[in-house]
Design a protein around this ligand. Structure first.
Ligand SMILES: N[C@@H](CCC(=O)N[C@@H](CS)C(=O)NCC(=O)O)C(=O)O
Length: 275
């Protein structure tokens, strides 16, 4: 059985290193993360967007340290340690749950607008498209990235599936601004940002790449996607949580060769729901 990636570089680099360093001091709110992890990046972006004081602790989730498992029995990052009363802490995990908690808990004026805002219908609709990102687009990303010639499906099949799921997401986007909700940046944008930021790895590793047309070379749906994409990869919180590009080439090689035994990769290989 292929090894899990315990050999990954231990620290973030570039902008993410500066951010981690700025949040290295002990703080009651702790984010346990891995620099390479897109699910962590969701939580990290939320912390930055809302200017939430916290401590960032880099760990390698593939080393299932007992102290880590005591916080999160699933053994996955992001894991958040949340202060509850005098010196007491409780854990939270699952990136969508962590981000929603941060959004609700840090609600003062200094934290800006709510990322999941509006009435019950607006919030439910946002969650619906977050569910689409998590349940359809992200699995499609890994299916394409982990494609190898011996698979039962072709590279074109994987590309078509990813395109279909991105397009149904884009068709729900407002047209009057770059973000999913138009002029309002929201949790829906954050939930997809880390994988959008990693799409170039598919171009790097897979023949034909993502196959997503450039603006003006496809139809209106792809033009709308490209407007969102250009805005999200330039969003300061997304850039601030990004390490040097060559680190991701290293980290994702095992996905591209389909040799990693990370839980996400195993689930993808076996056609199971992602962890
Ligand atoms: N559903 C989880 C997924 C988190 C996840 O898969 N994290 C990866 C790193 S990107 C991890 O901790 N993997 C450890 C392992 O596979 O053993 C979430 O949304 O937080």
């Amino acid at each position: 059985m292929a090894a899990v990636d315990t050999s990954l570089p231990a620290e973030p680099t570039g902008a993410a290193a500066a951010l981690a360093e700025a949040h290295a001091q002990p703080h009651a709110l702790k984010l346990y993360g891995g620099w390479f992890c897109p699910y962590v990046q969701r939580a990290w972006i939320t912390l930055v967007e809302k200017a939430i004081p916290h401590q960032y602790i880099e760990i390698n989730p593939y080393n299932k340290d007992p102290s880590f498992l005591a916080l999160n029995p699933r053994g996955l990052v992001p894991t958040l340690a949340v202060p509850v009363g005098e010196g007491e802490k409780k854990p939270l995990y699952e990136s969508t749950v962590v981000c929603e908690y941060l959004d609700e808990q840090f609600d003062g004026e200094q934290h800006g607008e709510r990322l999941l805002s509006g009435g019950p219908y607006d919030r439910a609709r946002a969650r619906l498209w977050i569910d689409h990102v998590t349940g359809k687009i992200i699995p499609g990303f890994y299916k394409l990235l982990q494609h190898t010639p011996d698979k039962a499906y072709s590279l074109d099949d994987a590309r078509a599936e990813l395109h279909k799921n991105i397009r149904s997401f884009v068709n729900e986007m407002a047209t009057d601004g770059p973000w999913f909700l138009g002029h309002t940046f929201s949790m829906v944008d954050i939930m997809l940002a880390p994988w959008a930021k990693r799409l170039w790895l598919i171009d790097h590793y897979k023949t034909g790449g993502t196959g997503i047309p450039k603006s003006g070379e496809g139809d209106e749906t792809w033009d709308r996607w490209n407007a969102w994409f250009d805005a999200i990869v330039e969003r300061p919180s997304v850039k601030a949580t990004w390490s040097a590009d060559e680190r991701y080439i290293l980290a994702y090689k095992r996905y591209a060769e389909d040799t990693t035994n990370s839980e996400v990769a195993q689930a993808t290989r076996e056609g199971r729901r992602l962890p």
